[in-house]
Design a protein around this ligand. Structure first.
Ligand code: CO
Length: 642
């Protein structure tokens, strides 16, 4: 495969996502295999990640084998099969059936589900009981069903549907939840298993809209905004070859797949003559949104949006509705549908530079000499729509070597009707008889660290108050106590505000100017606890939320902290299971996992559409550079436009 830019520059990188053509080829090879039949559907076709040592040794002009990972499922017997396909020799290298696995809920299945539910006799009758006979504007949201040990669900691949009513096609259905009515739907057989008419609650009929297509909104649009123009007359400071990016001192590769969406590969930072590695790979590898209402079917709400749906498959095409400003570079995302056909998400990833205010400043009070520098950041982002919610994943790279992930949460909160059991105890009434329930958004970032090389260690730092006494006569002493976390179980750590606890990832084999190990500090301001009980299946499935920090020795197969097959899983696999081996994580190739998120107790202001709420983390150089790495920034000369 030759990937040339229009300037004739070879833009290939071994981690390039499969192109639409490669995806098509992979699907065709699999379709010709003996195990493929009329019931076989595609969950995933994506690049099989080449071996890490080969990627790290790769030099431009070199080529690694192009291979596809393909995951299939049989809608007849439920079997899930994984294949590895060689795209150079057009062969299936091997295939294996994964017992007990269930594939993710696919986008094209969601549309069929909604249609089939609306045609179901029991559903029509249940809606009629609620006074609704015209189902043209009914909205059926298929939620992943989870696993609650119900015998009759164990052999099925199902979703648990929530129902909302729209007063017209564009109306916000979340203002009109149809409380007490759920549908269990079999995705493989494409049929309703059961309509659960649990209780009868009046449907709130107050319209709550946010779109300019509604007069109520369009007539209040303000007209006092003066233009803010962002101008980059010399173009951006980055250059792009295929998926490889150079921005000032930064070098990295932009990856994408249907499950994790945006991935950053091989992040390096130029320091003098050295291009120093920081991260081999960074992604959001799982998330879960557990809700806290025990009434009727609401215990079911705990979507694992990465593993159960795929954040990449749900990425927005930013061809319309991109909010970035200035000189933008877009990357397409290519995913596949259940028939194995490539679907190009145009402009799935947006990259642009932003001004970031003050970088550093000092006024010499004796000479009144002022030195000031402006900060800027490179933003690489992608936004996914998961039913009611939007998740924006914004990776920000800064001049001082900081890597930040900002997750922006917006969209519409999931709602329920005010019912006789819960009322609004477990949420906030945001519209008459409409309750937005308490929930958490928990994300798990997989950080394959490579600070100055693959051999890294994880260190916990706690600030200790020295005891009063002879050595601390004035009672003011405190110091940082560092503990190297040497094994997987020792690295299962949670927040501690009392000791200002934080973690560092160091390279014990590399010394900075003062003799300390080079490293980066994890700034983790968004650590929250969960409130489900430990003996629940949910706790097992969402085991990655038990600790805020985890570490594992690098293993190519350990990519998803809630396991490879999350949909209706019982938590049989994933990070807690891998950690049972208690492997060494000191001075070796490690992966650090950080679970972060927000506790969302809904506000009236979050409805009918939620202003962005942010959470995330950053990695900040800590003894990695010998001094402030931005002394090479030229002064800001003309009031901030430099
Ligand atoms: Co929320």
């Amino acid at each position: 495969m030759n990937i040339m830019t229009k300037d004739g520059i070879d833009a290939y990188h071994p981690l390039d996502p499969l192109s639409a053509k490669e995806l098509e080829t992979a699907a065709n090879i699999v379709r010709a295999a003996a195990f493929f039949n009329q019931f076989t559907k595609f969950e995933t076709i994506e690049l099989e990640l080449p071996d890490k040592p080969a990627v790290q040794a790769w030099q431009p002009a070199g080529r690694l084998p192009r291979r596809a990972f393909v995951c299939l499922y049989d809608t007849g017997n439920g079997a899930v099969r994984e294949c590895r396909v060689d795209l150079d020799s057009n062969t299936v290298l091997n295939d294996v059936v994964i017992p007990g696995a269930r594939t993710a809920v696919m986008i094209d299945e969601i549309a069929v589900c909604a249609e089939n539910v609306a045609k179901n006799g029991d559903f029509i009758a249940a809606m009629a009981r609620r006074g609704i006979t015209d189902l043209a504007n009914i909205q059926v949201d298929p939620f992943s069903a989870g696993n609650f040990d119900f015998d009759d669900e164990q052999s099925l691949r199902i979703v648990h549907c929530w129902v909302f009513y729209r007063t017209d096609a564009f109306d916000n259905g979340y203002a009109h939840p149809v409380e007490g009515l759920n549908v269990i739907y079999d995705l493989n057989r494409e049929e309703v298993v059961r309509v659960l008419d649990r209780t009868l609650v009046d449907i709130s009929m107050t319209d709550r809209n946010y779109s300019v297509r509604f007069d109520d909104i369009s007539r209040r649009l303000r007209n006092d905004l003066k233009a803010i123009a962002i101008s980059q007359p010399d173009g951006p400071s980055f250059s792009v070859q295929g998926n490889r990016v150079q921005w000032l001192n930064w070098r990295f590769h932009v990856g994408f797949n249907g499950r994790e969406g945006l991935v950053l590969n091989d992040l390096r930072f130029r320091d003098g003559d050295n291009l120093r590695p920081l991260l081999y790979r960074a992604s959001v590898a799982e998330m879960v949104v557990p809700y806290g209402d025990p009434s009727y079917g609401h215990f079911r709400k705990n979507a694992f949006d990465v593993g159960e749906y795929g954040i990449g498959r749900l990425a927005n095409p930013l061809t319309i509705g991109c909010d970035c400003r200035g000189h933008i570079h877009y990357f397409d995302g290519v995913v596949t549908d259940t028939a194995g056909a490539p679907m190009v998400i145009e402009n799935a990833i947006c990259m642009h530079e932003e001004d970031d205010g003050m970088l550093w400043k000092h006024t010499d009070y004796m000479t009144m000499d002022v030195e000031t520098r402006r900060s800027r950041r490179l933003v690489i982002s992608s936004v996914a729509t998961v039913g009611n919610y939007e998740y924006g994943f914004f990776w920000n790279l800064y001049l001082d070597g900081t890597i930040e992930l900002e997750v922006k949460l917006t969209g519409i909160m999931n709602t329920a009707g005010y019912n006789d059991i819960s009322g609004d105890k477990y949420g906030t009434q945001v519209s008459p008889e409409v309750v937005a329930q308490n929930h958490l958004h928990l994300f798990c970032a997989r950080l394959d660290t490579a600070f100055d090389g693959n051999a890294n260690s994880l260190v916990e730092v706690n600030v200790v108050q020295d005891p009063a006494g002879e050595a601390n006569p004035w009672g003011n002493a405190f110091h940082a106590q560092e503990t190297v976390l040497t094994s997987e179980k020792k690295a299962q750590r949670v927040r501690n505000a009392e000791t200002e606890r934080y973690w560092k990832i160091i390279n014990p084999n590399k010394a900075n100017r003062m003799g300390g190990a080079t490293g980066y500090k994890l700034m983790a301001p968004c650590m929250v606890r969960t409130f489900f009980h430990d003996d629940t299946l949910l706790a097992k499935r969402a085991a990655f939320t038990r600790h805020h920090i985890w570490a594992t020795p690098f293993a190519a197969t350990e990519r998803y902290p809630a396991g490879n097959y999350v949909n209706q899983s019982k938590g049989e696999e994933g990070i807690a299971v891998w950690n049972e081996a208690d492997r060494n994580i000191e001075n070796t190739d490690i992966v650090v996992w950080h679970t972060f998120g927000i506790m969302h107790l809904p506000r009236l202001e979050d409805f009918p559409v939620q202003p962005v709420v942010k959470c995330g983390f950053s990695l900040m150089a800590d003894g990695f550079f010998d001094e402030n790495p931005t002394l090479d920034m030229p002064p800001s000369t003309d009031g901030g436009n430099a």
